[in-house]
Design a protein around this ligand. Structure first.
Ligand SMILES: Nc1ncnc2c1ncn2[C@@H]1O[C@H](COP(=O)(O)OP(=O)(O)OP(=O)(O)O)[C@@H](O)[C@H]1O
Ligand SMILES: [Mg+2]
Length: 527
């Protein structure tokens, strides 16, 4: 046998033959229900070859569910309606059957074999074989080719658990592209990618378009949707509420379709007056575990005040998340970090120390570090408040219920019941549960790392207002974000980082967009 790679290449020529602008996928009256929710309701849609068709909608609108129905994650007999691919009715029982027909999905929650290498993850079910054995040489050399093509900085033998989330995302994308696709489903692929990595992805999407592959693209970033789509479909509460060519869908129309009404002001008009310093960070320094004499974070010092929103702005990789992890004693490696809480030195060595000092943390990689998805919404919310809810180690269930209800209401978490498992919730709602945990725990200091990533416009607005309220009630918020618009919209002060160093700290109200962008990308003159 010549190995599966060659078989795959052979089929690729067939894919090249796809004709442009032909209807390839027809969805008719698709409906999918879960206990207590109609996730997708009577959805009909046509997708054409060589088209990027974006689907946008609020958290819980049903976008991922619809993708999972197309990709065979949900077997055809678990939902109503029909799917036709090239005029042929599809009855997929599982993902493999959909893949064989050329429908591949890059899921919102990455599913990778953490203990296996990059190469093994790329080839998963189709290892190249020679003389009845896995042909590692071919597998590694092909992997290296894909790695180079995608500009990844890993080796084929690196274990997936050792690489960052952005790199993983690109590997999953490479994996799907490598298996010959006719229809590629991308469920929020850019949520965790840097600008540079997004560019690589968009190039790949463009290449696919040229091969007349159809791409269905889900994203909460409307700018990006406007940039790459040919057609835009909007979903709300499980229904398709509008489909139109990109030129006919401006952002205002998209948002009002998503929300069901016009939306005006996203950021709260804030008039906060921060008080005394609550937390001082001094000389956070982290050595690069991979390169000698290189620092990931280089003597970073700053104060945060009660009632203040301090943003840490910078490009992905500037060292902001690492600084947060170092503060929380959670960075895996050589770290120096001095901290004073209300003027007294403290040292945090574990998550329980952070809870003791009333410091809440919403991590960037929520799937791995934040949300416990096999637990219920309620448990996720109360997880860090159990001692407060208990007396002599007995949990007060009444108080617990009240706390859960209060958080669900304040954050407008969409869930059928508090007992619903977080893994059955939409991405954005799962995220709100982690934020809710720290609000429930009455944290005095909140460190929020990319808190609005994957969150829809309406929920984002709610989160900005909640942050404003929390700050007004005297909480200190350290807000890590790569979205300069939100940083400018919400902050009292903006600390810009670049290559592990603090470049500048600017007053939020007087900040100038171009100056901050310049500082984050090029640095300042004194450097
Ligand atoms: N496995 C499941 N069990 C129960 N309910 C589910 C399940 N999967 C999704 N849901 C519910 O179906 C609805 C649609 O969820 P879906 O994940 O499709 O939304 P989404 O549009 O992808 O949202 P997001 O933008 O937050 O990712 C939500 O109310 C969600 O809680
Ligand atoms: Mg989703």
């Amino acid at each position: 046998m010549a190995g599966c790679i060659y078989a795959a290449r052979h089929e690729k020529r067939e894919v090249d033959k796809l004709e442009k602008n032909k209807t390839i996928l027809v969805l008719k009256n698709l409906t999918k229900e879960f206990p207590g929710v109609r996730a997708v309701s009577d959805a009909s849609l046509e997708i054409k070859t060589g088209e990027v068709h974006s689907i946008v909608g609020g958290n819980g609108a049903g976008k991922s569910t619809l993708m999972k129905m197309l990709a065979g994650v949900y077997a055809y007999d678990t939902f109503a309606g029909t799917i036709e691919l090239n005029g042929e009715k599809c009855e997929f029982k599982n993902i493999l059957e959909a893949q064989k027909k050329g429908i591949a999905m890059i899921p919102q929650d990455l599913n990778m074999m953490e203990e296996l290498s990059v190469a093994e993850n790329l080839f998963l079910d189709k290892y190249p074989v020679k003389h009845g054995m896995v042909d590692y040489r071919t597998m590694y050399s092909e992997t290296q080719r894909i790695i180079d093509e995608f500009g990844l900085h890993v080796s084929p033998q690196t274990k997936v658990k050792e690489i960052g989330i952005a790199q993983k995302q690109l590997i999953v994308i490479a994996r799907a592209m490598y298996n010959d696709v006719k229809v590629l489903l991308l469920d929020e692929p850019t949520a965790t990618l840097s600008d540079k990595e997004c560019k690589i992805l968009f190039q790949k999407v463009d290449e696919m378009k040229k091969k007349n592959i159809a791409c269905i693209y889900i994203s909460h970033r409307l700018e990006e949707v406007k940039e790459i789509s040919d057609v835009i479909t909007v979903m709300r509460d499980g229904e398709i509420v509008g489909t139109a060519p990109n030129v006919d869908m401006d952002e205002k129309r998209i948002v009002s379709l998503m929300v069901g009404r016009d939306v005006d002001e996203v950021y709260p008009e804030h008039d906060r007056t921060p008080e005394e310093v609550i937390l001082s960070i001094k000389n956070v320094t982290i050595k690069d575990p991979r390169t000698e004499n290189k620092l990931v974070v280089d003597h970073v010092s700053f104060d945060v005040r009660k009632g203040e929103i301090l943003s840490l702005y910078g490009l992905v990789g500037a060292g902001r998340s690492e600084t947060a992890l170092a503060m929380l004693g959670a960075y895996n490696g050589a770290v120096t970090c001095e901290m004073e809480l209300k003027g007294k030195p403290i040292r945090i060595l574990s998550p329980s120390d952070a809870v003791k000092y009333k410091i809440g943390y919403l991590p960037e990689d929520r799937k791995r570090q934040g949300v416990v998805d096999i637990a219920s919404v309620g448990h996720n919310i109360t997880m860090s408040s159990l001692s407060e809810l208990s007396r002599y180690s007995v949990l007060n269930h009444e108080k617990e219920r009240e706390m859960i209800q209060d958080v669900i209401q304040r954050l407008a978490i969409k869930t059928p019941t508090p007992e619903t498992l977080v893994r059955n919730m939409s991405g954005g709602n799962a995220q709100k549960c982690v934020l809710g945990r720290w609000i429930a725990a009455n944290s005095e200091i909140l460190i929020l790392d990319e808190a609005t990533q994957g969150i829809d416009v309406e929920a984002k607005t709610q989160i900005y207002h909640i942050m404003d309220e929390l700050a007004k009630s005297g909480k200190a918020i350290i807000f890590i974000s790569s979205d300069l618009s939100e940083v400018m919209g919400i902050s009292d002060r903006i600390l810009t980082m670049r290559h592990g160093k603090v470049v500048n700290i600017t007053d939020g109200k007087r900040a100038q967009r171009n100056k901050i962008l310049w500082e984050a990308t090029v640095g300042n003159k004194e450097e």
